[in-house]
Design a protein around this ligand. Structure first.
Ligand code: GUN
Length: 285
């Protein structure tokens, strides 16, 4: 079997058109969805991510603000700014780009964001709502993964989903969202013994560890759906995922490429969340 490609870039393109149309409708009602991004320090990767997030906002007609600070900023100053943004009616989404400098407690900053404006879906209130299956702002990468699975002809109910990686922003919520869709979920991680024994049982395999080519064809059951969340550089400096794509594609039924897979979906779901947060303010009035 040669797997069909789940083309994240194309799915993201279509979804962004949908967002742009909805933004237009909201603007006719005098609401322009607005995103504020806080960037601390000069981490180059963060700077690139933030630039792409802003570009995507502008392309869909949203308002976006970049608030930049030197890495000498204090927790108090940052909390003051977040509080201001919480109260600013032109801002519907607030995102503090991670990682933050060591002297700033990331959890404290996330908890300072109003849950209604937490478009990353990282606030414990939103995580709790997600766990209890309520409608809420979902973390963008796992949300994007679910949207990609929704594009293919597969019923998640009763399927065995194996998640490799247990980060708070990808692995853990990805498992929870699949559980909410009635999958049977297994979490694997760096301490798991005999990883293959689990991954070989997966109908749906989510690789989110950050280790190039960790998942090879002997980890895969014939016909599995393989979603690669990894973003690594190989020895030649080329972008690659956690999955050895060329060999795994011969065994899987569906596979996501890197680049052009999950990556473009993450920012798209951030746009959806910002739109949702803006719409929610209308419902409140
Ligand atoms: N750093 C890496 N990924 C993310 C993300 O999704 N959101 C934020 N805020 N920071 C990140």
């Amino acid at each position: 079997m040669t797997a069909k490609l789940i083309n994240g870039k194309e799915i993201a393109r279509k979804k962004r058109i949908q967002v742009a149309n909805e933004v237009k409708k909201l603007k006719e009602m005098n609401v322009t969805p607005g995103l504020a991004v806080i960037l601390v320090g000069d981490n180059q990767a963060s700077r690139t991510y933030v630039r792409n997030k802003q570009k995507a906002c502008h392309e869909t007609g949203m308002h976006s603000e970049l608030i930049e600070y030197e890495d000498t900023i204090t927790e108090q100053e940052l909390i003051k700014k977040i509080t201001e943004l919480n109260e600013d009616p032109s801002i519907h989404g607030i995102l503090v780009q991670l990682p933050l400098p060591k002297h700033i407690n990331e959890i404290k900053m996330i908890e300072a964001i109003s849950p209604e404006k937490d478009v990353d879906g990282f606030h414990p209130i939103n995580i709790g709502r997600m766990m209890t299956g309520q409608d809420t702002l979902l973390p963008c990468t796992p949300y994007g993964v679910l949207e990609m699975i929704a594009e293919i002809d597969i019923d998640i109910t009763g399927k065995h989903a194996v998640i490799v990686g247990r980060s708070n922003i990808v692995g853990k919520p990805a498992g929870q969202l699949l559980l909410n869709k009635n999958a049977t979920v297994t979490y694997c991680h760096s301490k798991t013994k005999d990883l293959k024994a689990y991954t070989k049982q997966a109908d749906i395999l989510i690789a989110a560890v950050g280790k190039a080519n960790l998942i090879t064809s002997d980890h895969i059951k014939e016909g599995a759906v393989v979603i690669d969340v990894g973003m690594n550089r190989n020895e030649e400096g080329k972008l690659c995922g956690d999955v050895a794509f060329d060999e795994v594609k011969e065994k899987a039924s569906y596979i996501t490429p890197v680049p052009g897979g999950v990556g473009p979906m993450t920012i798209t779901m951030l746009l959806f969340n910002t739109l949702k947060a803006a719409k929610n303010t209308l419902n409140k009035e």
